[in-house]
Design a protein around this ligand. Structure first.
Ligand code: PHE
Ligand code: NA
Length: 504
């Protein structure tokens, strides 16, 4: 007798949860720099092409598998074709790794929301961040393992919040928090953008971002970058959208929902681009340097450039921008983190037929303990760097490549899935979808995998200058280990109480 899997109350709840997952750090700290470096205003062309030929088609694929086969990643894949169960476990393990370090970024952002109030970083944000994380970067990275108390406390808070939301379940936890947090996030970000636009130099920043470099379109790496951004940004092939769509009623318009999610996510990327480049334009002017010299992304943008911007902005404006920017990171990151954790909880719940709270505790308590123990130490930053790189390249990209090839050519399941989508969809999908999923996506994913492997192996230095053993263990060994463990897990029989044989 297995417990209820949970469900979304309707299409709106699902759309909010899916937007909550999609809109994340990738929109705020990744998209603006990627667009700037890959043709500026001209990037819109490869970006839209990638959205329409791969992002939305793969989103539909995730939806179709999860909704047609109604289960967590391992259950849905197994029902699709028994031997493909390992792909589901692979997605679960990737989610597990990402959740471990995503919580660290949230913990930092939480602390920096508070630090913004008194601009605690003084006039040396980079030095402050180094002290705060106590991480030695680059070539000097002697990997050490000392507790960083300021991070420890906020890591615990982040995990407690995750546990509460996840225990509340699919509708009252996941959907309800997205229904509240996503509009709040949009409101905060719009105010942030409006204020940043009036900083001196903001317009130069926007000109730099939107100035089209049409020549860039001839460079294949620009196209790869566009597809890479779209895959990551839409959370496709993580098992997330698959899991979420399994909580939808049988009669639900999947394709219409997918379009809403896809365009909402891209709109937030453009909005973030405007906010971030207004702020960077101001920073360049304040420091009397070219925009090019201040453009960064990721951790450097959030925790070094933004504190500098906040300090240089007029009093009042700085605090406002700081609280809104870091608060936005917290909200965007939180709704993404719960979507990753749900992939794991759903799998455990299906496998053992656990009730919601039991599944939540079995997954989240060990995850919280390991994540906090590993990442609130001096090893946090280097570990995040390496895991993030490999989990993306050899986790998500590789898993997406394998799934599209398996579905299209080995199982030949695309026509069934297309028919399923067409059953309820507001608009029909046809041959173009088969071509996108079966030809375009595998080609782009395969190319990007080959190119990044070449870059990693040809680089005379190890990744980011970290010690060789460290990159080997937490990069290569971790990535290959996940596949091996996933295959092992797929061979373990399902207990009698599991959800596998239950029809809902
Ligand atoms: N789609 C998210 C973003 O753009 C990224 C993400 C979501 C990563 C969920 C992991 C899990 O930031
Ligand atoms: Na996104």
């Amino acid at each position: 007798t297995s417990a209820d899997r949970g469900a979304f109350s309707g299409r709106t709840a699902f759309i909010f949860a899916a937007i909550g997952s999609a809109v994340g750090l990738g929109n705020i700290w990744r998209f603006p720099a990627v667009a700037y470096e890959n043709g500026g205003g001209a990037f819109i062309l490869p970006y839209l092409v990638a959205l329409l030929t791969a992002g939305i088609p793969l989103l539909f694929l995730d939806y179709a598998i999860g909704h047609r086969w109604r289960g967590s990643a391992p259950t849905a894949w197994r029902r699709f074709k028994r031997w493909t169960e390992f792909i589901g476990w692979w997605q679960v393990l990737i989610a597990l790794i990402i959740a471990l370090y995503y919580a660290l970024i949230l913990a930092w952002a939480t602390n920096y929301t508070i630090f913004s109030l008194d601009q605690r970083w003084g006039d040396d944000p980079a030095g402050f961040f180094g002290e705060y994380t106590q991480a030695l970067g680059g070539a000097e990275a002697t990997i050490s393992f000392d507790i960083v108390p300021a991070v420890l406390v906020s890591m615990i808070i982040v995990w407690l919040a995750v546990i509460i939301v996840m225990a509340l379940g699919v509708q009252k936890g996941i959907a309800a928090s997205s229904v509240v947090f996503i509009p709040l996030l949009v409101l905060m970000f719009v105010i942030l953008v409006a204020r940043a636009l009036f900083l001196p130099g903001a317009i130069d920043g926007l000109e730099a971002l939107f100035k089209p470099n049409w020549g860039a379109l001839l460079d294949p790496s620009v196209w790869i970058a566009a597809y890479g951004q779209i895959f990551f940004s839409l959370s496709v092939a993580f098992g997330i959208m698959l899991t979420y769509s399994s909580y939808l009623k049988k009669k639900t318009d999947l394709t219409g929902s997918g379009l809403v999610v896809g365009f909402a996510n891209s709109s937030f990327e453009i909005l973030a681009g405007i906010g971030v480049f207004s702020a960077l334009g101001f920073m360049a002017q304040a420091q009397g340097v070219a925009i090019d010299e201040v453009v960064t992304d990721g951790v450097g943008l959030a925790f070094i450039a933004f504190p500098a911007i906040i300090s240089q902005a007029p009093t009042g404006a700085g605090t406002l921008i700081g609280v809104l920017f870091f608060g936005s990171l917290v909200l965007a990151g939180f709704t993404s983190l719960i979507s990753i954790v749900e992939v794991v909880i759903a799998a455990i719940q299906d496998k053992f037929g656990f009730a919601r709270i039991a599944a939540t505790l079995w997954v989240c308590v060990p995850l919280a303990v390991v994540s906090t123990a590993l990442f609130s130490t001096t090893m946090g930053l280097p570990l995040l760097d390496v895991l993030d790189k490999w989990a993306n390249e050899y986790g998500i990209v590789a898993a997406a490549l394998v799934s599209t090839i398996v579905v299209t050519y080995v199982v030949r399941g695309l026509p069934t899935l297309r028919d399923h989508l067409n059953h309820q969809g507001t608009f029909g999908i046809g041959t173009w979808w088969l071509v996108c999923v079966g030809v375009i996506a595998p080609l782009v994913l395969g190319t990007s995998l080959v190119l990044s492997t070449r870059d990693l192996l040809m680089d005379p230095n190890t990744y980011e200058g970290y010690p060789g053993w460290f990159v080997f263990v937490f990069g290569w060994l971790m990535a290959i280990g996940l596949v091996v463990i996933a295959i092992g897990l797929s061979l373990i029989p399902w207990p009698a109480g599991s959800n596998l044989h239950k029809d809902d």
